[in-house]
Design a protein around this ligand. Structure first.
Ligand SMILES: [Mg+2]
Length: 335
């Protein structure tokens, strides 16, 4: 079986079965949440440790023309977003870079300048890492974070399997800007609107404050929009054994997109584009309102969870008809 046939999510499932079948349970006694969420959760004596990892490969995840500082920024933000999606506070990072031997040292310097900018902005220590020779340039980061435990020793985190039927689905910020920025770059566009969208693509902001405000408001379910809203919401559906209905006209679309793209293109970018690193939050309306007012981050209601595991995540138009989307989202292994 080729990995491209299985796809990223089929491969994750297969590997988690190998892990579950071979690791002695005592090796995982303090593992509160393993493979399958935005970050793993590990019990400590005074709280919970969160751990996540994410990799950017040149020509796969970023164009060779991307400024190195932006690659460094985004590499850390992709990880920070996973900690945000758990409602945690980031702590320290280990950075591995793979380098073709003929690369300029200045490129690595600049990568680290961008990385350090993101680390400084969000309170992360760069604690170490590894450098290897590689045919393709890549940067891979492992990031830890912290969360509190409740009185019964359970971690106060936002989980993909934490949704209940009837709860409301909401999303922070605006969607589609990152995909629009990439498309504008690929199409050779320029101007102020392109620059704004390219910034969304190259300098995303993790929603750490919204994640923590969600925890404080009693919300227990979230995922970050890394691979595309509908696909990421599909993971919540699968983990929570529920369906999701999203209303197209409620999607908070990045306003600048309308200047450059058709309505159909804009919808596809918002619903499936990915890399916006916004948070999808699932909870009661009053909890979502509290998270909005405490974080100061825009949080828009887009739909609700439904009690039907076979329903999947569906996008509906104003007459209640399902909107078909050409692609559901990004799979790292499919061709
Ligand atoms: Mg994630």
């Amino acid at each position: 079986v080729k990995v491209s046939d299985l796809g990223e999510f089929g491969l994750i499932q297969r590997l988690s079965e190998i892990v579950a079948g071979r690791l002695p349970t005592e090796a995982q006694a303090d593992l509160l949440l393993g493979i399958g969420d935005d970050a793993a959760v590990w019990r400590l004596s005074d709280g919970a440790l969160l751990a996540t990892t994410d990799t950017l490969v040149e020509d796969v995840h970023f164009l060779p023309s991307t400024p190195w500082q932006d690659v460094g920024w985004k590499a850390l933000v992709a990880n920070l977003s996973d900690i945000a999606a758990m409602g945690g506070a980031p702590e320290f990072a280990l950075v591995t870079i793979g380098l073709p031997h003929d690369r300029q040292v200045e490129a690595v310097d600049e990568l680290y300048v961008g990385l350090t900018e993101a680390a400084g902005a969000y309170g992360v220590a760069i604690a170490g890492g590894d450098i290897v020779r590689s045919p393709a340039f890549f940067v891979s980061i492992a990031l830890t974070g912290r969360a509190a435990l409740d009185a019964s020793g359970q971690p106060l985190v936002l989980r993909r399997d934490g949704a209940s039927a009837g709860e409301v689905i909401a999303v922070t910020g605006a969607l589609g800007g990152a995909a629009g920025g990439l498309r504008a770059l690929q199409g050779g566009l320029d101007g102020d609107t392109t620059r704004l969208l390219v910034k969304r693509h190259r300098r995303p902001q993790p929603r750490l404050e919204a994640g923590r405000a969600a925890i404080a408001a009693g919300i227990r379910c979230a995922i970050d929009v890394s691979d595309g809203l509908m696909q990421d919401l599909g993971h919540v559906c699968q983990a929570s054994r529920l369906g999701a209905t999203v209303y197209r006209d409620n999607l908070p679309v990045e306003p600048a997109l309308a200047e450059l793209f058709t309505a159909e293109e804009v919808l596809a970018m918002a619903a499936t584009g990915g890399e916006d690193y916004e948070l999808v939050l699932v909870g009661a309306p009053e909890q979502l309102e509290r998270a909005r007012s405490e974080s100061g981050v825009p949080i828009t209601t887009i739909g609700e969870m439904v009690d039907d595991a076979d329903h999947g995540a569906r996008l509906l138009d104003e007459s209640g008809r399902e909107v078909s989307l050409a692609v559901a989202g990004w799979d790292h292994l499919r061709a």
